[in-house]
Design a protein around this ligand. Structure first.
Ligand code: VG1
Ligand code: CO
Length: 542
């Protein structure tokens, strides 16, 4: 097998964001673009030779091509073994699980997560390390440096491989192992949850659930777990076939993009439990009958109920949430005497806390929840956890959450996203906010207590991450956070996170929009939001 050295020139835009490198397919398909990035990983992270790696993605457009390229480039590096999901498919948590289980050196996850797919959509690559989690900033910075000075890459001159059949064969010195994408993941969740108890609930005639796979990677996982193993009737899994363009949809499990499921849950069909995962299966949404659970509440409820999942009984010592995630979790950790950590946005920041044994669960307001048994967030894990709570308590989703609010109070919470702003407008707006630190003392009815930039020091590694968001804290306890997204592929997305705490029992069941509106309007006026960002309305409110 001949190994070719191809001369190339650097691209200046291969800096990874919150979760890997994400770009339009048209950008990724420029000549040498993908190859440069992969070679830069090999250059920045020595030691691939003879080692095992995991490779697969969410099935979006360009996955099939990228797999062939990565196999040939990995063969040129004399990687020992490449474990590939059948037809190239792995959900992100399943890939993380395999990296850990097979003691791999790392993994390449081909996904742009919840971003739309297809020829005109996004593609992405995430590089995970041997702990099964996204490479930390020190590593991604090194990769970025390599991308800026790359002059050539190596690739094996060999035909495309067949990834449609389970089995093993070799390409040069590299063993290729095509595996059932679902099997190891199923064993993983079976090791955590009581499948007999779950089966009792899920297969019962009195319980109806729907799982929306959004034509992403989790369809086959959900069919196997919920329909085949737990005995839910066929048809429980909606949009279960992975598609290159996610059926034209936006595979993001929230009230806007999973609208059909939401409508179904608010109809008179009498569905008890609704859930969805994103394109690569790391995000989740939880719904009850006529009831939506915010991701921040979900994390708090999961933590408050950890004794209900026997596997976690007595095991949980600490829990973490990303900074913009509501502080509902903090009430629980304080009451249960658990250690609480606050990290920057992005799952990679949880990894070091898990490696150090500090946390068992973690979550983000962006529909991400997960556990330290993996190093990626995990949609199906969260869904099985919720089902376990329902099975153990015999309560409905709504009862569980309302009981939680009665005990701990409720953190009303909404996120306003302004997508694809002009980069300059977005950056200027953030700078404007900085210029107002200490100056703006009131926003509408609220009195400002502090207004500042948030910087982070990792309690496990001492690593520092600066400027991770701007926080306005009010005397009332309400909070507003501003930050720019690190996952978009064009322009800038401004995220504004708004939170208001309520303990009064008569005010626990209000519409979040109604409660948050004055907070939003007071802020918007105080900082002349629309004028500064040149946008009247948010693109999405979640
Ligand atoms: C968004 C979310 C963040 C999440 C990230 C990756 O990042 O806010 O919480 O970790 O997406 O999620 P940003 O920088 O756009 O706000 V996923 O499902 O892409 O792996
Ligand atoms: Co995702």
């Amino acid at each position: 097998m001949e190994i070719k050295t191809i001369v190339t020139t650097p691209f200046q835009d291969q800096k990874t964001g919150t979760a890997g490198l994400r770009k339009k397919v048209s950008v990724f398909s420029q000549e040498n673009y993908l190859e440069n990035f992969i070679q830069s990983i090999f250059n920045a992270v020595p030691g691939f030779q003879g080692k095992t790696i995991v490779l697969g993605g969410d099935g979006r457009y360009y996955n099939a091509h990228a797999i062939q390229v990565i196999v040939k480039m990995a063969a040129a590096q004399k990687v020992g073994r490449i474990i590939i999901g059948q037809n190239g498919l792995f959900s992100t948590p399943a890939a993380s699980n395999l990296i850990i289980k097979r003691k791999a050196f790392g993994g390449f996850i081909l996904s742009a997560s919840h971003n739309p797919g297809g020829k005109n959509g996004d593609f992405g690559i995430k590089f995970d390390l041997s702990n099964g989690g996204g490479a930390p900033e020190a590593v991604t910075d090194r990769i970025y440096e390599e991308t800026k000075k790359i002059t050539s890459y190596q690739i094996a001159d060999t035909p495309d491989i067949d990834i449609s059949q389970i089995g093993e064969f070799s390409v040069g010195e590299t063993v290729i192992e095509i595996v059932d994408s679902v099997k190891d993941y199923v064993e993983f969740v079976k090791g955590i949850f009581d499948f007999d108890a779950l089966k009792g609930l899920v297969s019962s005639e009195n319980f109806k659930m729907r799982y929306d796979a959004m034509n992403g990677s989790t369809g086959p996982y959900a069919v196997r777990i919920f329909e085949e193993i737990l005995g839910a009737p066929k048809g429980t899994v909606l949009r279960g076939t992975p598609m290159e363009d996610f059926g034209g949809g936006h595979p993001d499990p929230n009230l806007t993009y999973a609208k059909e499921l939401v409508d179904l849950m608010y109809s008179d069909e009498g569905i008890d439990f609704g859930c969805a995962a994103d394109g690569d299966g790391d995000r989740n949404m939880i719904l009850g009958n006529h009831f939506f659970v915010t991701p921040s509440d979900s994390l708090a409820v999961i933590t408050a109920n950890y004794e209900k999942v026997p596997y976690y009984k007595g095991k949980v010592k600490g829990v973490a949430r990303s900074m913009p995630t509501s502080r509902a979790l903090d009430d629980v950790t304080a009451a249960l005497g658990l250690k609480a950590y606050e990290t920057p946005t992005g799952w990679k920041y949880f990894g070091s806390l898990m490696d150090a044994g500090l946390i068992s669960f973690c979550g983000e307001e962006s529909f991400g929840t997960g556990c330290s048994d993996l190093r990626e967030k995990d949609g199906i894990w969260a869904i099985l956890y919720w089902l376990s709570i329902l099975a153990a308590t015999g309560k409905t989703v709504q009862e569980v959450v309302q009981e939680h609010w009665r005990r701990y109070g409720r953190h009303y919470y909404l996120r306003y996203d302004y997508e694809t702003l002009e980069t300059e407008d977005a950056l200027n707006f953030m700078d404007y906010l900085r210029s107002q630190f200490g100056k703006i003392t009131r926003m509408g009815e609220e009195t400002v207590k502090s207004f500042e930039e948030w910087n982070y020091t990792d309690p496990a590694t001492g690593e520092v991450a600066l400027k991770q968001g701007i926080i306005v804290l009010f005397e009332s306890g309400s909070r507003i956070v501003f930050r720019l997204s690190g996952t978009g592929s064009s322009g800038k997305t401004l995220r504004i996170y708004l939170e208001k705490y309520e303990k009064e029992s008569s005010r626990l069941n209000k519409e979040p929009t109604e409660v948050i509106k004055p907070l939003f309007e007071g802020m918007a006026k105080a900082v002349s939001l629309s004028d500064r960002i040149n946008r009247e309305y948010p693109t999405v409110i979640t």
